[in-house]
Design a protein around this ligand. Structure first.
Ligand code: FMN
Ligand code: CDP
Ligand code: MG
Length: 236
């Protein structure tokens, strides 16, 4: 079991993250010198270095420290953090919230664990109450294409439906967030569906899991290898 690091960073760290992204760290490692960063942030070298360390601890950047600086790249979580800021600025200047994020990917089989988790009453009761339906037991796994892995960062700026963690006598079960979505394939669409993002998962950002009241493989005639479009919506 892997657990994603959820660690908030403050405005000072976000300013450092923005600087690193402006230097080009979104498309790969860039060389950053702490004195350049310090100058830009109007802070001491030591403070600049500490901000990069915090960003690394929060999982927002990967770093490789060398003699004359460090190679820094943005992670998916770093990109998601900047996307949230971006959504705020769009709201300020354009009066709009990004309302739909379109993601493309290939249907794939997973580890057969989705069925187990979705069926647990601790989750099922919340799905019925908060999503308005009892999901088919399982998650439809979609292997996102490269561009969609990047666009996925925008999903965290949409409003999701929280599913709380819970526990039984033996163990704890992690929380998850659901986002309303439509799944399209070959001219057909399943309009009642949600993507589910469990906080604890074996999958990384390249894999999307979809739940729906029906077995989507039957409803849309899907097989492994088929390419679908999942449109994730802000509210429904
Ligand atoms: C609602 C929900 C809750 C989950 N909670 C946990 C959890 O507490 N611990 C854990 O290791 N995995 C949890 N998972 C993730 C599964 O272990 C797994 O990574 C993923 O859902 C797998 O699916 P697959 O069978 O479709 O490949 C959860 C999944 C879902 C859908
Ligand atoms: N709404 C859903 C949920 C799962 N499924 C499928 O139902 C099966 C069981 O889901 P699962 O998450 O336990 O299995 P895998 O995704 O690990 O293969 C898989 O074949 C999923 O693709 C579906 O067609 N529609
Ligand atoms: Mg699944």
């Amino acid at each position: 079991m892997s657990e994603s690091a959820v660690s908030a960073v403050g405005h000072d760290e976000l300013a450092a993250l923005k600087f690193v992204a402006l230097e080009g760290a979104r498309s790969g490692p860039v060389k950053i010198s702490c004195s350049d960063l310090a100058g830009r942030l109007d802070a001491s070298n030591q403070t600049a270095s500490r901000r990069l360390q915090r960003l690394e601890q929060a999982g927002h950047v990967d770093r490789d420290v060398v003699a004359d600086g460090q190679w820094v790249s943005l992670t998916e979580s770093g990109e998601a953090a900047l996307h949230r800021e971006y959504a705020h600025y769009r709201r300020i200047f354009e009066g709009t919230d990004p309302s739909t994020v379109e993601l493309d990917g290939t249907i794939t089989s997973g580890m057969g664990e989705g069925r187990h988790y979705i069926s647990l009453s601790g989750y099922m009761e919340q799905f019925e109450e908060r999503l308005g339906y009892e999901p088919f037991p399982g998650t439809l796994n979609v292997d996102l294409d490269e561009e969609s892995v990047r666009s996925r960062a925008a999903v965290s700026s949409l409003s999701g439906v929280p599913i709380d963690g819970w526990e039984d006598e033996e163990r704890t079960f992690g929380p998850a967030t659901c986002y309303a979505a439509t799944v399209e394939y070959d001219g057909d669409a399943a309009e009642t569906a949600h993507i589910i993002v469990p906080e604890r998962t074996h999958h990384d950002e390249t894999q999307l899991e979809v739940i729906a009241p029906v077995r989507l493989r039957d409803a849309l005639g899907l097989e492994d290898g088929d390419v679908v479009t999942v449109s994730v919506e802000a509210v429904r």
